[in-house]
Design a protein around this ligand. Structure first.
Ligand code: HEC
Ligand code: HEC
Ligand code: HEC
Ligand code: HEC
Ligand code: HEC
Ligand code: HEC
Ligand code: HEC
Length: 378
């Protein structure tokens, strides 16, 4: 990391937004909105590593604006027919249009806000009202189907088929989780937002820190998130991924809650709100893309469980189970070892679970022994 700007500013060559490369450290003097937009770039002067990778992560791309949507560019014509209605999403020259027709009349809107870096739902402006599109794009079918959560809506009119109208609270929440700087004093300010989860969305106080650093005052820092306890970090990530408390209060039961990792993880016997080895950032660096190589997580599990030092296999394990109950320095403070395998832990103990609707699959963070035929634990 560069301290006090010793790195040449032009290291920003490697950045994802080269068009902004001329904007340097003056963000703090500008209106808040512009500051949010340029912040990642200006942070780059001193935090090059995070800025190089974070904007390209799924979180960094959780929302995209018109003209910057690789998913739609790659799918110039999407269509699906259900019941009496046909939906289409057509893209050319960076402009996308969402339409629904019943054969007699058609409703259309330009797509400005695309939610989701892979699977996508569109928030549409029709006559000054915001709607969530009733169909979405899913990577698993490489096409359109009903938006998750809207499965129970059976549209009777073309207005209903267009989408679900968002009240101001819903709309603010959508943009609040998928973008940065979308609200000023609690009011949605769509013209000002920076798409995606950017530095200042997680590091509140970073703009003040940056301004201070740039003026030679080295005493102002954003809260140090690495000092958060495991429990507090779960709640922090849970402001968007949904905290344990939110899920319990909302009574979200069944497979639908598999997507709420902070809740699922807290239900696992592995979870200890004071042990950093089971915190979100023990397994995920929020500045880096999600690691898809499942074997790489073994080390995370083995930070607590450790592999039995004797030969693996069921027979050997019976002995290790005995040893685990016997007093002894090597076992006294250690959770049990696996009697079945000593690698590939998450493939058996964090099962992939398909949500209702069928197109979305999540990794169950309720780490546990899974017996075939077991009911989904809530
Ligand atoms: C002029 C240089 C400079 C700029 C610009 C700058 N920072 Fe920093 N930042 C620092 C230094 C120096 C530290 C202390 C480094 C350390 O603790 O290793 C720091 C620390 C941090 C920390 C860690 C806080 C802690 O206590 O560990 C975060 C988070 C952070 N900066 C975020 C940002 C963000 C986001 C931006 C852009 C809005 C930004 N910084 C802009 C120099 C800068
Ligand atoms: C401001 C809201 C917000 C916060 C805070 C947040 N996330 Fe996310 N995160 C998202 C959204 C939105 C997505 C979905 C991106 C997409 O698929 O378009 C996401 C996706 C992810 C993914 C999946 C990435 C992938 O490649 O599939 C991981 C892992 C993740 N977040 C981890 C974390 C961790 C760890 C924290 C806490 C340090 C955190 N998030 C905090 C909003 C947030
Ligand atoms: C409380 C924060 C929050 C709110 C509010 C929210 N999202 Fe998300 N959204 C997320 C997170 C986090 C993910 C990442 C997937 C996951 O882990 O659930 C996500 C994922 C998505 C995805 C990717 C596909 C999927 O379902 O995983 C789409 C599309 C999406 N959101 C659209 C929307 C729309 C449209 C709204 C408003 C109607 C909205 N979101 C409201 C946090 C939020
Ligand atoms: C999704 C939330 C999230 C986003 C977005 C995010 N960070 Fe962080 N950042 C964190 C968390 C959590 C930590 C503490 C990580 C840990 O304990 O390992 C952290 C730590 C840091 C640190 C301290 C690193 C160290 O080694 O001490 C710096 C500097 C930083 N972030 C800069 C940035 C910059 C610059 C951006 C934008 C390019 C950014 N962050 C975007 C959540 C985020
Ligand atoms: C012990 C390791 C571990 C911990 C701790 C952990 N995760 Fe994960 N997480 C994983 C694995 C493994 C995957 C699946 C990776 C893949 O699909 O390739 C995953 C996937 C995800 C995804 C992608 C969507 C999904 O569910 O498949 C999100 C989002 C996520 N984790 C968020 C979190 C958050 C938030 C926390 C803290 C509450 C957390 N994780 C704690 C191991 C962990
Ligand atoms: C912070 C330490 C810690 C981490 C990290 C951790 N565990 Fe655990 N785990 C425990 C503790 C403590 C228990 C309680 C039972 C025991 O003593 O074995 C447990 C229990 C279990 C159980 C038995 C659960 C049950 O319902 O009977 C399994 C299976 C398991 N862990 C697998 C894993 C896997 C796989 C990972 C990595 C993805 C992991 N653990 C990561 C501490 C941890
Ligand atoms: C092929 C699937 C599979 C893999 C891979 C696997 N396990 Fe297991 N694990 C199991 C099964 C099945 C059980 C339950 C065995 C029983 O009850 O007889 C189990 C039990 C456990 C237990 C509970 C032990 C007890 O005595 O209660 C822990 C802890 C555990 N595994 C951790 C791990 C860790 C850590 C890894 C990776 C190093 C791992 N497992 C890899 C299938 C697997």
């Amino acid at each position: 990391m560069c301290r006090f700007g010793f790195l040449p500013v032009l290291s920003s060559k490697k950045l994802v937004w080269p068009a902004l490369a001329v904007v340097l450290c003056s963000a703090a003097d500008q209106p808040h909105a512009l500051a949010a937009q340029t912040s990642a770039l200006t942070c780059a002067r001193c935090h090059e590593a995070q800025v190089r990778t974070q904007p390209g992560t799924m979180m960094g791309r959780a929302l995209s604006l018109a003209g910057d949507n690789p998913v739609l560019d790659a799918h110039p014509s999407l269509t699906v027919q259900k019941g009496d209605f046909t939906w289409t999403v057509e893209t050319s020259g960076g402009h996308s249009t969402y339409s629904v027709t019943d054969g007699k009349s058609t409703l259309s809107a330009s797509i400005v806000w695309s939610f989701g870096a892979g699977n996508q739902t569109w928030v549409l402006d029709r006559d000054g009202q915001l709607y969530e599109s009733l169909v979405s794009y899913y990577t698993s079918i490489d096409g359109l189907d009903t938006t998750t959560g809207d499965d129970s809506i059976v549209p009777a009119t073309i207005e209903q088929a267009f989408g679900r109208q968002l009240d101001p609270v819903d709309a603010r929440a959508c943009f609040g989780c998928h973008s940065t700087g979308s609200a000023v004093d609690g009011r949605l300010t769509l013209a000002a937002l920076h798409p995606g989860v950017a530095c200042t969305r997680c590091h509140t106080g970073a703009l003040e820190h940056q301004a201070a650093m740039n003026s030679g005052d080295f005493s102002v820092y954003p809260p140090d998130l690495s000092r958060f306890s495991t429990e507090d970090l779960s709640t922090f990530c849970g402001q968007c991924h949904r905290s344990w408390e939110m899920v319990v209060r909302s009574r979200w039961h069944g497979e639908a809650n598999v997507r709420f990792q902070p809740y699922r993880l807290a239900n696992s016997r592995c979870f200890d709100g004071t042990d950093p080895r089971i915190s979100c950032v023990a397994c995920h660096d929020p500045h880096q893309p999600l690691i898809r190589n499942l074997a790489s997580y073994d080390a995370k599990c083995l930070a607590c469980h450790t592999v039995a030092t004797r030969p693996s296999g069921r027979k050997a394990t019976a002995r290790s189970a005995d040893a685990a109950t016997a007093p002894g320095p090597a076992y006294a403070s250690q959770p049990k070892s696996c009697p079945v395998a000593n690698s590939g832990c998450v493939t058996c103990h964090m099962p992939r679970t398909r949500m209702l609707g069928g197109h979305l699959v999540f990794t169950d963070h309720d780490i546990r022994v899974v017996h075939p035929g077991d009911a989904y634990p809530n």
